[in-house]
Design a protein around this ligand. Structure first.
Ligand code: MBD
Ligand code: FE
Length: 306
């Protein structure tokens, strides 16, 4: 069957068969997706057994709650970012902190504080390098934004995220920090390690078939929001990670790899109340002002809430 015949057939199934008022956007999207799938089945001569294997795969991925991991692993979440970047550039927005994907592991409701927070519950402090990260949240003109909301989350030394990893304390490595009067935030935590897909999961099973790994470089996630500003979803990467430019989720970007300073000066160490060297990262966030010309920066999706 040729593609034009497929288009006609799919339209007859999805559009012409409607007997009640339809949602035109849903019709349009379903026609697009079903047509693309039928054309792929035709072009690749996909057999019925292969089709049902694929459907069963999606069922299992859903049951295991891995669809949110599959989307970044296939590049789809990165693709949404590429398009959001294009839309912003078209609206004249350039020069702000680059966005990068949210991933599936945010949890709403983290403890809030002003200016500073310690993220970790102390259980891994002896095994990790303590990290202090700080900076200023600014608007497009470079003016500091007081009371901006900095939501931060990262994994522990096992690569696990609290809430999803039930062995961790509630909201471990998750906080919401409001910037002080000078737009500054600071937190204490430790340098995280990379994340890897569950080895027995559906995402890794597909990656194996594709000859790909399921690793992410060490990273820290952020939502940055402030009144009158476009919400920024981003991450920073920890420099030096072997997967820094080989992320299975394609989220590494120029501009999101700040220098990590390793502080060995004993006076500085004791001033922090520590007894061993620690790491320090400075990173400022630059937001765009709200614009009617650009599509909404706030992305609605179902998120966990603890
Ligand atoms: C993560 O920690 C993550 O950030 C992404 C994007 C996917 C899986 C795990
Ligand atoms: Fe992550």
């Amino acid at each position: 069957m040729n593609h034009q015949e497929i288009d006609t057939l799919v339209k007859s199934w999805i559009i012409d068969s409607a007997t009640a008022p339809a949602n035109p956007r849903v019709q349009q999207v379903v026609v697009g997706l079903v047509s693309a799938l039928c054309k792929t089945i035709e072009d690749l001569d996909i057999q019925a057994t292969e089709f049902w294997t694929g459907l069963e795969y999606l069922r299992e991925a859903g049951v295991r709650n891995e669809l949110g991991l599959l989307a970044p692993g296939l590049g789809l979440e990165r693709f949404l970012d590429i398009r959001a970047d294009e839309a912003e550039a078209k609206a004249g927005l350039t020069g702000g902190t680059p966005r990068t994907i949210e991933g599936p592991l945010y949890v709403a409701g983290a403890p809030e504080s002003k200016g500073y927070a310690r993220l970790d519950d102390g259980t891994e402090v002896d095994k990790a390098e303590v990290l202090f990260m700080q900076g200023t949240v600014r608007d497009e003109q470079g003016k500091p934004l007081a009371n901006a909301k900095v939501e931060v989350w990262h994994c522990n030394l096992m690569g696990g995220y609290s809430f999803f990893d039930q062995t961790q304390s509630a909201f471990n490595l998750r906080r919401t920090i409001y910037t002080d009067g000078e737009g500054r935030y600071q937190f204490r935590s430790f340098l995280p390690v990379g994340y890897s897909c569950p080895p027995d999961g559906t995402t890794q099973r597909l990656l194996d078939q594709l000859g790909r790994h399921g690793h992410r470089p060490a990273h820290i996630h952020f939502f940055i929001s402030a009144e009158g500003q476009r919400k920024l979803t981003t991450q920073i990467n920890i420099d030096g990670d072997e997967y820094l430019w080989d992320d299975f989720a394609f989220a590494s970007r120029e501009g999101l790899v700040p220098a990590v300073r390793h502080i060995t000066d004993t006076a500085k160490i004791s001033a922090k109340g520590l007894d061993q060297p620690y790491a320090e990262i400075d990173f400022d966030f630059s937001l765009y002002a709200d614009r009617d010309a650009a599509p909404a920066a706030e992305v609605e999706r179902v998120r966990a809430a603890a």
